[in-house]
Ligand binder design. Structure first.
Ligand code: IPE
Ligand code: IPE
Ligand code: MG
Length: 261
């Protein structure tokens, strides 16, 4: 991170001239990343999958620095899906170990850079040590005002919607809410992402063209940029290029283009 961006990160302000964005004064407010391709990165090198996940963690560190440098306010990273429990137990254990390592090694630096951490996903049923590190990361950085790093862990978009709807149904059943008060705003507010703006841009690495149960409700009008790099190879240049691609898009939200004359 540059010293200028470190100062900006601490003060909570966006850097004056984000690298790679000189002609685009306003970066997307919220970028969400489906960090895919760790296993293939390793397989291409004849290495075990865990090595890809280790290198993937380094790419996470880089992406956080890039997000701060690029002036992004919210960065969401998909780190473990509700469906990833289907993987072999040894790989699941490796992924859990890397999450703990990330918090143990990086929390102090993230906190020092004024990063606020939010965790989204199902907490019930997680082992106490994992639940503990997630809570520690959130609590320690709660008052920070710089980049919000949203970590989607044990996360599934459909499961999140179901939890929200169940909570709202209980409020209706208890008489705290009338059925006609159940609107899109109520659902949005009952999701794990309550208070976080919808992603402007979703980046998926490794070329796969699917959402894999990521932010199902929140991405209704997000822009998608699919990049060919495997996640461990995703660097600042690739991040800045994805943002440049985003700036070439014409977001219409069902209306007519602002760009057309
Ligand atoms: C992303 O890489 C990490 C997680 C899903 C946890 P993968 O492990 O999915 O790598 P590929 O897609 O098998 O290459
Ligand atoms: C999505 O990647 C989940 C994460 C990046 C954590 P997957 O590798 O699990 O997705 P699929 O199985 O290819 O759809
Ligand atoms: Mg994958």
């Amino acid at each position: 991170m540059t010293s200028e961006s470190q100062t900006a990160a601490r003060s909570g302000a966006a850097p004056a001239a984000p690298r790679g964005l000189s002609s685009h004064p306003s970066p997307p407010q919220h970028v969400a990343i489906i960090m895919d391709g760790n296993g293939r990165w390793a397989a291409h090198r004849g290495l075990p999958r865990v090595e890809g996940h280790r290198r993937g963690l380094e790419a996470v560190r880089r992406a956080v620095r890039s997000a701060i440098d690029l002036g992004i306010r919210y960065l969401t990273i998909y780190s473990f899906s509700s469906e990833n429990w289907r993987r072999p137990p040894a790989e699941v254990a490796d992924l859990m170990g890397l999450l703990k390592l990330f918090v143990r090694r990086d929390l102090a630096e993230l906190h020092g850079n004024n990063v606020r951490i939010r965790i989204i996903g199902e907490r019930d049923g997680l082992s106490p040590d994992i639940a503990g590190v997630l809570r520690e990361a959130e609590e320690k950085t709660e008052a920070n005002t710089g980049l919000t790093l949203v970590v989607a862990f044990n996360y599934g978009g459909r499961q999140e919607i179901l939890r929200a709807v169940r909570q709202l149904a209980e409020a209706v059943a208890d008489g705290r809410m009338r059925p006609d008060q159940l609107d899109a705003q109520a659902v949005t507010g009952a999701l794990d992402t309550s208070g976080i703006p919808d992603p402007d841009l979703v980046i998926r690495t490794s070329g796969e063209q699917r959402l894999s149960n990521f932010l199902t409700w929140q991405t209704a009008y997000s822009e998608y940029v699919i990049v060919p790099e495997f996640w461990p190879d995703f660097d600042h240049r690739a991040f800045a290029a994805a943002i440049d691609e985003y700036h070439r898009r014409d977001r219409r939200f069902g209306g007519l283009s602002d760009k057309a004359g």
